[in-house]
Design a protein around this ligand. Structure first.
Ligand code: IFM
Length: 444
């Protein structure tokens, strides 16, 4: 099965990449990596399917050369990876030379293969020592994150193509402190609002460190929400506006307009840390690009009987992935066009994650995933429509290079372009990988 496009349909220089994240693939027990809140959260019964953790994961720590050869063979231009704070600073502050040595080797191995290293500084593994002081609820954590940024960039900043500060601040803050879906698994509005601010402050702090070091091509990766009301009833429409404030405007208003949305502050501002207004200049420093991760839409209905945000999600009618997420490429197109028109204008946009989980198996040595081939094809066609309408799209990263540790879902959900047998660590490129190879490996 092939894609309906080739590289030639995209503007010159458009970057195709594959993405991963440290805790999901590296193996946190290797290389004197410290304990993170993901290790302890996973060790607590009931939090993660199968009580799986990332201690071995895909053993990318030892097998990165093989994995980079796979990326190269697929014709990808770029590899999006992340640094683990717990590996770089096991106690949150003291540098682990083995950790920095590993990222040094990794970046050399990426560039040696002619691939562009796209670094994300934080993709969720907060050192346990930082969790001990309250993690993202404590203003100290963003300041320490500035130190981690400095340590990483002084070591590998000379070779990375672009840098993102944080991956998906909504997950770090809201999903993890209000919905309880990820470490530290809290369900508390005050904790959530503190984390919602401190993660933005961590972004601003890291931006300042990076600029002070002369690093360029800087951005952040957001999983903005594309919400649609369950009905045209005024309450559902109002609930969708609140969904939008929590998922999208909180991040976009603060980064691009220097303030948080008034409807959020009116509703829950009493839980914000004192003096948060003084941080807004730091948070809204200019970016060089914005990364957007997109998987599905949200369908929202009002829940007036519940406390704020007075809303619930509704299951939609469209075909779903293994995660139960509706497949809805139109949402990506609408989201990108909206962000371009309302906030970012000429700023380059990248799709930094897009993909689907599927219950993939190996049959006769092959892994056929036709639904994923169509998923990628339809979403890349949505990107092409954005480009045709003048949205300055700079690249697209498939999530994920490898099947990996899908957080609270353990190893059960497979998002990879490449199948991983977790018993043997054998990698088998799937049909979707081959579809990318055919579409993009010529005329690089
Ligand atoms: O696996 C995650 C990734 O770590 C962040 N974005 C969403 C992916 C799929 O859930």
């Amino acid at each position: 099965m092939a894609f309906s496009f080739t590289r030639q349909d995209f503007p010159e220089g458009f970057m195709f990449g594959a993405a991963t994240a440290a805790y999901q693939i590296e193996g946190s027990k290797f290389g004197k990596c410290g304990s993170s809140h993901w290790d302890t959260w996973a060790a607590t019964p009931g939090n993660v399917v199968g009580a799986d953790d990332g201690s071995v994961a895909c053993d990318h720590y030892h097998r990165y050369a093989e994995d980079l050869d796979i990326i190269k063979s697929g014709g990808f231009d770029a590899y999006r990876f992340s640094t683990s704070w717990a590996r770089v600073m096991p106690d949150g502050k003291t540098i682990n030379q083995d950790g920095l040595d590993y990222y040094d080797r990794l970046v050399d191995a990426i560039t040696e293969r002619g691939i562009k290293p796209n670094l994300t500084l934080y993709h969720w593994e907060l050192p346990s020592a930082m969790a001990d002081i309250g993690g993202w609820m404590n203003r100290e954590t963003p300041l320490r994150f500035g130190d981690m940024t400095r340590a990483v960039i002084e070591r590998i900043g000379d070779r990375v193509e672009r840098v993102a500060t944080i991956n998906e601040p909504w997950c770090v803050a809201w999903l993890s402190h209000f919905l309880g879906g990820q470490a530290p698994g809290l369900r508390d509005i005050r904790a959530a609002m503190r984390a919602m601010h401190h993660i933005q402050l961590a972004h601003g702090t890291a931006m300042q460190v990076l600029r002070d070091h002369g690093q360029d091509n800087l951005g952040i990766v957001l999983n903005l929400g594309h919400g649609e009301p369950a009905s045209q009833n005024a309450d559902d429409i109002a609930a969708t506006k609140t969904f939008d404030a929590i998922h999208t405007r909180w991040f976009m208003d603060s980064l691009f307009k220097g303030h948080y949305p008034k409807d959020m502050i009116d509703a829950v501002g009493q839980h914000m840390p004192d003096g948060y207004e003084n941080d807004m200049d730091l948070i809204s420093q200019p970016l060089d690009w914005l990364g957007i991760n997109y998987y599905t839409r949200g369908i929202v209905k009002a829940a007036p009987e519940q406390p704020w945000p007075h809303m619930d999600g509704v299951e939609g009618p469209l075909p779903k992935t293994q995660m139960g997420w509706e497949i809805y490429p139109e949402g990506l197109e609408m989201l990108l066009k909206r962000i371009h028109a309302e906030y970012t204008f000429d700023l380059p946009l990248m799709v930094t994650e897009n993909g689907m989980a599927n219950d993939d198996t190996i049959e006769n040595g092959r892994c056929d995933d036709p639904v994923r081939v169509k998923y990628f094809d339809d979403h890349l066609q949505a990107v092409l429509r954005c480009i045709a309408d003048g949205v300055p799209m700079q690249g697209y990263f498939g999530w994920s290079l490898l099947d990996n540790y899908e957080w609270a879902f353990g190893y059960e959900k497979r998002f990879g372009l490449v199948h991983v047998d977790y018993e043997t660590q054998v990698r088998t490129p799937k049909a979707s990988f081959e579809a990318f190879r055919q579409a993009i490996s010529t005329n690089r």
